[in-house]
Design a protein around this ligand. Structure first.
Ligand code: ATP
Length: 457
């Protein structure tokens, strides 16, 4: 059942222009996905809602948009060059590659948290773990596989510089710590947030847009005075959960997973994952970590400038501690789609409907003329479109097949549809149909903008 839900979502996404397989006309490029017309709207709405809630609605937050390519020393300082790797295991028969820790979890329900490579290899052998692809039990010893994509920067051969596509947006925030402090009037505690692409050469990308090699993140570094980090951490966990709740995620589908001390990086005081009930089980949607002063201190070892904070009253200089809430855009999009997807049995048919929060819905209003060849109706529907489009993303459909138009709008999650009919000509009212209740009411043309202002914004 649950697995079918993902299949249904993937099919709907293709059918209605949310998400397409990448490079399809060339036979596809494994596990890459392109957002179509509806998907681009939905994803932009998710990012806009995040930005409004986490950056604009808080006086202690500012935004940033740093570059994907960064000085290679960044990734030495951050520990990614040395430590950002997964245990790669190759099948000696079919040559397919897997993550050793995932093989243990999936096949023998053993957590590899805290295990080194030799122990993972030993457990794989002892427990008779097999290649998930061909079933062979000859698996090579696990190897460290760095997840960063590298490329060459510069046009002159021999003089080009090896750089990495950033595996997280967070480091762009740390390296701009002084720039933000010097260009704003912000004072501790304060945070910097940004959204943007990240790249990880995942060994086994899977589950649609849940795990891909190119994805988008929405990350915050929230700087606090050492000693106040525990209370701040708790606030960020609550504030982050509420973002999902106010956009329609049911509390029963969101879980908090506290990281085991064995799982924690040595510098991390505490990490909590917000997990969503995906069709295959709970999976990470957001990671919230209390990272002490590790990142700023590491940059202080390698950079040419010192990253620190000076208290303007006491003149005391210190390195702030940081709380890092880190969201995945694509995982959030998938979460909202899963939560919204419903098949409702009606008298004569089953309707597929996306009950997306109106602020997330790609199209807010569908506008129809009841009949195709009725210029007086089309004139009014077209003028409504012109009137609404500066305010909301709306769609005009004058094809005259209202039943089909409703189905199409239900499937893309449009909260309201307006139909201009012959009664409109006499009493200047239109039919407004609500997606969720399927109820219709007549609203007068001079009230219609107010009606949507109240129900959409
Ligand atoms: P996972 O354990 O699932 O690999 P992670 O703990 O490595 O995730 P973080 O480094 O905490 O992930 O990244 C923060 C967020 O970025 C994650 O919570 C997730 O939403 C998103 N994210 C990370 N890796 C991917 C990926 N390969 N594809 C899509 N989103 C991702």
């Amino acid at each position: 059942m649950a697995k079918d839900l993902l299949k249904d979502i993937v099919a709907l996404c293709k059918r209605r222009g949310f998400i397409f397989p990448g490079s399809e006309i060339y036979g596809g490029l494994a596990n890459t996905w392109d957002y179509g017309p509806m998907g681009a709207e939905l994803k932009n709405n998710v990012k806009r809602e995040w930005w409004k809630y986490f950056i604009q609605a808080r006086p202690d937050m500012v935004g940033l948009d740093s570059s994907i390519l960064m000085h290679p020393k960044t990734w030495i300082a951050s520990g990614h060059v040395e430590g950002f790797s997964d245990p790669l295991v190759e099948c000696l028969a079919c040559k397919k590659r897997f993550r050793g820790d995932q093989l243990l979890e999936e096949q023998v329900k053993i957590s590899a948290v805290g295990m080194g490579l030799p122990e993972i290899g030993k457990t794989i052998k002892e427990k008779g773990v097999k290649c998930p692809e061909c079933g062979h039990d000859k698996l090579a010893e696990p190897k460290k596989f760095n997840l960063m994509f590298s490329t060459q920067m510069g046009a002159v051969e021999g003089e080009s510089l090896t750089v990495y596509l950033r595996p997280e947006t967070a480091q762009g925030i740390f390296v701009n710590f002084n720039n933000v402090l010097n260009s704003t009037r912000i004072k501790l505690p304060f945070g910097i947030g940004q959204t943007g692409k990240s790249f990880r050469n995942e060994i086994t990308p899977k589950q649609f847009i849940f795990r891909t090699r190119e994805f988008e993140q929405m990350e915050i570094e929230y700087f606090v005075k050492p000693g106040t980090e525990d209370a701040s951490f708790q606030e960020w966990v609550e504030y982050s959960k509420n973002w999902f709740f106010q956009l329609g995620i049911q509390p029963k589908n969101l879980a908090m997973r506290e990281h085991d001390p064995k799982e924690l990086a040595f510098y991390s005081k505490r990490t909590v994952d917000l997990e969503y009930r995906f069709p295959w089980g709970f999976g990470e949607l957001v990671g919230i970590a209390s990272r002490t002063d590790y990142d700023l201190k590491q940059h202080n070892l390698y950079a040419e400038e010192k990253l620190e904070y000076q208290d303007q009253i006491t003149n005391e200089k210190f390195i702030p501690y940081v709380i890092e809430p880190s969201f995945g855009v694509d995982r959030a999009v998938l979460t909202f789609l899963l939560e919204a997807y419903q098949e409702e049995k009606l008298e004569e048919r089953t309707r597929t409907v996306l009950k997306l929060h109106p602020r997330l819905a790609p199209v807010k209003i569908g506008i129809f003329a009841l009949k195709r060849n009725a210029p007086e109706l089309i004139e009014i529907s077209s003028s409504l479109f012109r009137d609404f489009c500066p305010l909301w993303n709306v769609q005009l459909d004058n094809s005259g097949n209202i039943g089909k138009a409703y189905s199409r709008q239900d499937e893309i999650g449009t909260p309201f549809c307006v139909t201009v009919d012959f009664q409109t000509l006499s009493d200047k009212t239109v039919t407004v149909r609500s997606r969720d209740s399927m109820q219709q009411e007549r609203i007068s043309l001079d009230q219609i903008k107010n009606y949507f202002r109240e129900n959409l914004d």
